[in-house]
Design a protein around this ligand. Structure first.
Ligand code: CP
Length: 307
């Protein structure tokens, strides 16, 4: 398998590509148990974060450093020359002269694709607006494979902000390549965009949309909960109306299969109660830890260090 130069959207991936990246992540995890490995010695990763992040930026940084690589970058555009008016195009042209690979998060849909068109080195999309978050998808699928032992014959429910949720958009598209049932549970105003439903239906007709999780809770193997994202709303009153649409707590687990797994890309606000954290069902902290081997696999593949 050969990845393209860049990693921008799960739309660019086949099922075989996904399984291959997961296998490389598994290989890296096995190698790390045996010895310290310096696959990325002498390589430099640049992290350009035009939007806040904890997990994505720090896990990329940790992933790179654990394999002997170095990291440069910024987590706050106000301390860069962007604050003086420098364009994204020029920022990319500068940073590609200091690094071997760039990870970028940006508030505008399509910004990662634009950066990839300009850059001669690989660009990894760490989230572009409401569009895509494809490295999150890989770690989500890796997590599902680990916790369920398979990626087929599963029922997966997406809950919360499905309109603006880029993690949901990326993951639903990628999972549609597998034989799974997809349930989209959201308030009417935060439904999956119709263009995405149409894309998903090209691969997989087994989808259902509902506002009421109780209708389908007993069918779900995985609940993928998401935050209602205040920062994406142009009308704050609309956010206030919708922000408490769903709240999952420990007592609600009786309504689900006993082995249902609760995932969340995090950060959470009120949609997942803290009393879920110590249950067997909550896997969101293991989920974020899977970001390390997945991101190591991706960097190694894009730099041609592993194949
Ligand atoms: N899941 C995720 O993207 O988290 P951060 O915003 O903290 O990177």
């Amino acid at each position: 398998m050969r990845l393209n130069k860049d990693f921008i959207s799960t739309k660019d991936l086949t099922k075989e590509d996904i399984l291959y990246i997961l296998d490389i992540a598994k290989r890296i995890e096995a190698m790390k148990k045996e010895e310290k490995i310096n696959l990325l010695n002498g390589r430099v990763l640049a992290t350009l974060f035009f939007e806040p992040s904890t997990r994505t930026r720090l896990s990329f940084e940790s992933a790179m450093k654990q394999l002997g690589g170095a990291v440069i970058g910024f987590a706050d555009k106000t301390v860069t020359s962007v604050a003086k008016g420098e364009s994204l195009m020029d920022t990319i042209r500068v940073v590609e002269r200091y690094s071997d690979i760039i990870v970028m998060r940006h508030p505008l849909d399509g910004a990662a694709r634009l950066a990839a068109d300009i850059a001669k080195i690989p660009i990894i999309n760490a989230g572009d607006g409401s569009n895509q978050h494809p490295t999150q998808t890989l770690l989500d699928i890796y997590t599902i494979q680990k916790i369920k032992g398979r990626l087929e014959n599963l029922s997966i429910g997406f809950l919360g902000d499905l309109k603006y949720g880029r993690t949901v958009h990326s993951l639903a598209l990628a999972l549609s390549l597998f034989n799974v049932n997809l349930y989209f549970i959201s308030p009417n105003l935060l439904k999956m965009p119709s263009y995405l439903i149409n894309e998903i239906k090209k691969n997989n007709q087994n989808i259902k949309e509902t506002e009421n999780i109780d209708e389908i809770s007993k069918e779900l193997d995985v609940v993928y909960a998401t935050r209602i994202q205040k920062e994406r709303f142009s009308d704050i009153m609309e956010y206030e109306k919708l922000k408490e649409s769903y709240k999952l707590k420990k007592a609600d687990l009786v309504n689900f299969k006993s082995d249902v797994k609760i995932m969340h890309p995090l950060p959470r606000v009120d949609e997942l109660s803290y009393d879920l954290d110590d249950t067997e069902n909550a896997v969101y902290f293991d989920q974020l830890a899977n970001g390390i081997p997945i991101r190591q696999a991706l960097i190694c593949l894009l730099l041609g260090v592993l194949q």
